[in-house]
Ligand binder design. Structure first.
Ligand code: B12
Ligand code: SF4
Length: 887
């Protein structure tokens, strides 16, 4: 959300108050310059040049476009700049416009200050933090202090209220001489900490190898958003011109990461990663592969492989959970740890680092395995989770894990697997294990000490053992930890009001129920293990305990009837008072690991135009809708979709609030009033488990964007660009006022129609062009009417602000070339400005011109007299070229 304030402009002397919208503005050095040789650039560049000339001992920093522009001869800065500082090894030692490009360690001693010619925030910060603190650092933002009037309106943008600039974003750096470099490529989910990677890191710490861990996801996340929010001149697009999402890391957009064009957007990062990995040349490259980062990771590994085929590629992660898929999950891998790698990775990398070629290891698959060898993993699954050190992420700075919009959610694991493990559609049926509640709370405490207070349990079966969950809550209270918790749990007969009260006391603020089945018959079919009354009771007790509830639904399972759909709609309507929102609503997807996948025949599942073996070979993870259906009753993809729409319509009628995924479906129904067949819409259900989402596609392409929440406003989208804007400055902050407060009067305002001073105040607000600054218009009062505490704090209820005024429309050229001066008039004042110098009324009024450049007087004559006195030239010597322009 941009910081929009409702601002009342008033003149205290007339007690007239008018409302108008105001918005906090920021200045963007990158957006300030078009580098098109245009007038606006020239004015801004000339102002920077004046600033640099006013100080001594400047070097330019960074080889950006601004550096090049500042070194153009016409600005006359060559004598004032000693060198260009760079952190790019490819440029160091070269020359830029005759100036040597030096590294930070080679900065000449006479340099006292640097001016950043790199306007891209992240790159500038990378260099800025390397420059010795003794040197003063400046950038184009000096214009906001020295020459406000030369700043083009494109440089202003509404404050997106984001965390940027973030000066701690790590650089992409890989160390040489490593046995293993472990990376996690984009995208994970939001700015979540890489929990699984942290466990891998812990395992590697105990191994006898030299290794480095780099979370490339979080670096890319912050680079993307910094550029988008602070620097981008245009909306971001892929190389093929497709708009990039505001936040591709949102779960709604998981699909985007399967699109090569989206990955190509990140080509600069890809190139940097690959180049640096090749230079570092580790013996082993470890990649954590999950659903969303598959393509990005594949691109990195493919390119590294081309240049350095000797690097051993070791894969693991979400995508590598199934031994039946094995190396096919990531075919570029030489080795793969299947599933949890806590006990397998250490020994494996030690052997690889020693140059061995291990084979046939439990829990590991490799290109070196003996043909016909049977994979085993039972003995390597970590059974005692307490033996594993907690995830501390101590290779990195935990403060990096925060969303661009200040939101922070931290993952934690108290259990792994699912204790129930019976639901027929589910692929999360892993062996269940739990940690000692005290150790879990130790981890909360550690993370809380590091600034985290909202946590998500990263697990399938939070209440697998209710007593353990209650023990966690008690321990949190005993230690007086002020944290908020969320997680996903099962409806259970053990979960009564007392249970939810205890959870609320422990800090739970939201819980997601994998209700999944909403009729007696489907509850049995899905093997959920609870009843309809239990669903009602759990949702009611949870809500009444003060915990926000979310629910999931899975539709279209084998054996489901039309009657089940009606009962589903009824039950949902009945439970509406106790449902916060619908998080996921999915049609069944046939996924690897589910009971339906393992025993399709048992559930009347038939495959289309091929045998089961052929289909499974072709689709090792999930079987698309068009290749299967279930019988008695007949249910195929179309039926599933129709049922989904019916349920969604029913929920809509019951007044349900839906999460972003389900919202897409509902919006479409409301919009078209038709069923899915008529839309030509294909709904992709990524996975059929409780943690999955729907994405909607139209003829194979993503459906027209639903109205999703916009976290920030790009300048192109704001009124800042479209509407007249007045920029006001208060202390060091800038505010823009648009939406003129005075409706256009039937008769144009005249000095006679309203009091003169009010007229001026109103003019200051409604006049179209850009910037106003303090002048004879003196000051206005404004009062902030807002409930936003933050804005209120920034603006005391009554605050005096400087009004910045644009004089251009009021400036008249009276006579040109009077002894080398132009005579101009602004209102009732006259000025003589030396030719070749831009005229700036405020500067003249504040006496900021150098001597003999500008004269001021009450009449034209008085100004000419001053000029003659200063130059020693008399009136009769007035240039013959002088042209009388006005009377
Ligand atoms: C919590 C969770 C999420 C969370 C949080 C994920 C996160 N970033 O932390 C959210 C909701 C975001 C999520 C999203 C998705 N998830 Co999910 N999720 C889970 C869940 C419930 C727990 C995962 C977990 O934390 N496990 C514990 C940790 C310790 O394990 P881990 O992270 O996998 O790490 C271990 C190994 O992978 C391995 N490892 C990790 N990195 C590396 C690197 C190397 C080199 C090596 C050798 C090993 C290795 O060692 C680690 C330590 O043991 C599991 C189900 C389950 N019960 O396991 C599903 C699960 C992992 N998710 C799954 C899926 C499909 C998804 C989505 C694709 C769903 C979707 N369609 O939207 C997305 C993709 C997310 C992404 N960005 O890629 C599947 C994966 C199936 C598969 N085999 O491909 C699972 C198994 C559930 C399922 N079967 O449907 N998920
Ligand atoms: S749906 Fe939930 S409760 Fe059921 S088996 Fe899967 S993880 Fe366990």
């Amino acid at each position: 959300m941009s910081q929009e304030a409702k601002i009342t402009i008033s003149r205290s002397s007339y007690s007239r108050e008018k409302d108008c919208r105001g918005i906090k503005l920021l200045f963007s050095p990158n957006r300030c310059f078009a580098f098109d040789g245009g007038e606006e650039d020239q004015r801004a560049l000339a102002a920077i040049a004046r600033f640099i000339k006013s100080k001594k001992g400047f070097a330019l920093a960074g080889c950006g476009e601004l550096t090049k522009a500042l070194l153009e001869p016409q600005l006359g800065l060559t004598a004032y700049i000693s060198c260009v500082i760079s952190d790019d090894p490819k440029l160091i030692g070269r020359e830029l416009a005759g100036k040597p490009v030096v590294s930070v360690s080679e900065i000449p001693q006479d340099v006292r200050a640097v001016f950043h010619g790199q306007t891209l925030t992240v790159k500038r910060n990378y260099l800025a933090r390397k420059i010795p603190p003794a040197l003063e650092q400046f950038g184009a933002e000096v214009l906001t202090e020295t020459d406000l009037e030369v700043i083009p309106s494109r440089a202003w943008f509404s404050d997106p209220d984001c965390i940027y600039p973030l000066n701690t974003i790590p650089e992409i750096e890989f160390l040489p001489n490593q046995d293993l470099i472990l990376i996690d490529c984009p995208a994970r989910n939001l700015s979540l900490m890489p929990n699984g990677l942290a466990y891998v890191y812990n395992a590697l710490k105990n191994a006898d190898i030299v290794f480095q861990t780099v979370d490339l996801d979080i670096i890319t996340y912050h680079r993307y958003h910094t550029y988008r929010l602070l620097d981008a001149k245009e909306p971001l697009t892929t190389p093929k011109g497709k708009p990039m999402r505001d936040d591709p890391w949102l779960a709604e957009y998981y699909d985007d990461w399967q699109d090569k064009d989206v990955i190509a957007y990140f080509n600069p990062e890809l190139e940097e990663i690959v180049e640096k990995l090749i230079a570092a040349k580790p013996k082993i490259l470890g990649v954590s592969v999950q659903g969303c980062n598959h393509l990005f990771t594949e691109e990195v590994v493919r390119r590294v492989r081309l240049a350095a085929p000797e690097i051993i590629v070791l894969a693991g992660g979400y995508s590598c959970y199934q031994s039946t898929i094995g190396l096919n999950a990531f075919p570029l891998a030489d080795y793969m740890c299947i599933g949890e790698a806590d006990t397998t990775i250490g020994g494996l990398v030690e052997k690889l680092a020693r140059g061995e070629k291990p084979r046939d290891l439990p829990g590991v698959m490799s290109v070196n395995d003996t043909p016909g060898w049977t994979f085993v993993d039972k003995e390597v699954m970590p059974m005692q989770l307490d033996d594993l050190a907690m995830a501390r992420y101590d290779w990195t700075d935990l403060k990096l894990y925060v969303n661009h919009n200040h939101y922070q959610l931290t993952p934690i694991i108290a259990t792994r697997g699912c204790r129930w493990s019976k639901c027929t559609f589910c692929a999360e049926r892993f062996y269940w294990r739990a940690r000692d509640p005290k150790l879990v709370v130790d981890e909360f405490e550690y993370l809380h000490d590091n600034g985290c207070d909202l946590f998500m349990f990263n697990e399938s079966d939070l209440n697998g053992r209710p007593d353990l969950l209650l023990a966690i809550c008690e321990e949190i209270q005993r230690r007086k930890l002020k944290i908020k918790l969320t997680g996903q749990l099962r409806v259970s007969r053990h979960s009564d009001r007392k249970f939810y009260d205890a959870l609320a006391a422990g800090g739970f603020s939201a819980l997601r129920f994998g209700v999944d089945a909403w009729s007696a018959n489907t509850l049995k079919l899905q093997m959920k293990g609870y009843t309809v009354p239990m669903i009602e009771q759990n949702l009611r007790d949870c809500t009444e305990a003060g915990i926000y509830t979310e629910v999931n639904t899975v539709l279209g399972i084998p054996g489901e009837t039309d009657q089940d759909i009606l009962e589903t709609i009824d039950l949902k309507a009945k439970c509406k008072p106790w449902v916060g929102r619908v998080a996921n609503i999915n049609t069944l997807m046939l996924v690897v690991g589910s009971v339906y996948w393992e025993k399709p025949e048992k559930f009347g599942i038939k495959f289309h135009n091929a045998t089961k073996e052929q289909i499974f070979k072709r689709f090792p993870r999930y079987i698309p809708d068009e290749f299967w259906h279930s019988e008695e009753p007949y249910i195929d993809g179309k039926v599933r979709l129709e049922r989904l729409i019916k349920v969604v319509e029913g929920m809509k009628a019951a007044g349900y609030d839906v999460g972003p995924f389900a919202a897409r479906v509902i919006d479409k129904i409301v919009e078209t009033g038709t069923n899915a067949a008529d839309w030509g819409v294909h709904i992709d259900v990524e996975s059929s488990t409780t943690g999955t989402q729907i994405t909607m596609k139209e003829k194979g392409k993503p459906a027209a964007e639903p109205p999703i929440r916009v976290n920030c406003i790009l300048p192109q989208e704001t009124a800042v660009r479209r509407e007249p804007l007045v920029v006001i400055r208060r202390n060091q902050e800038f505010y823009g006022i648009f939406d003129p407060p005075v409706p256009a009067p039937a008769q144009p305002l005249t000095l006679r129609s309203i009091p003169r001073r009010s007229y001026r105040a109103i003019r200051a607000i409604v006049s179209p062009p850009k910037i106003y600054r303090s002048s004879d218009l003196d000051q206005i009062n404004f009062r902030v009417l807002t409930t936003d505490k933050k804005i209120k704090k920034e603006f005391p209820r009554q605050a005096r602000v400087e009004v910045v005024r644009d004089w251009a429309p009021l400036t008249r050229l009276i006579q040109e070339n009077v002894h080398g001066y132009n005579i101009v008039q602004v209102r009732n004042l006259f000025y003589g400005i030396r030719q070749g110098f831009p005229f700036d009324k405020d500067r003249a009024d504040l006496d900021r011109y150098e001597p003999k450049i500008c004269f001021k007087g009450p009449t034209g004559k008085s100004v000419v007299e001053q000029i003659e006195k200063s130059t020693g030239v008399q009136s009769n010597q007035v240039s013959r070229n002088a042209i009388q322009l006005t009377q």
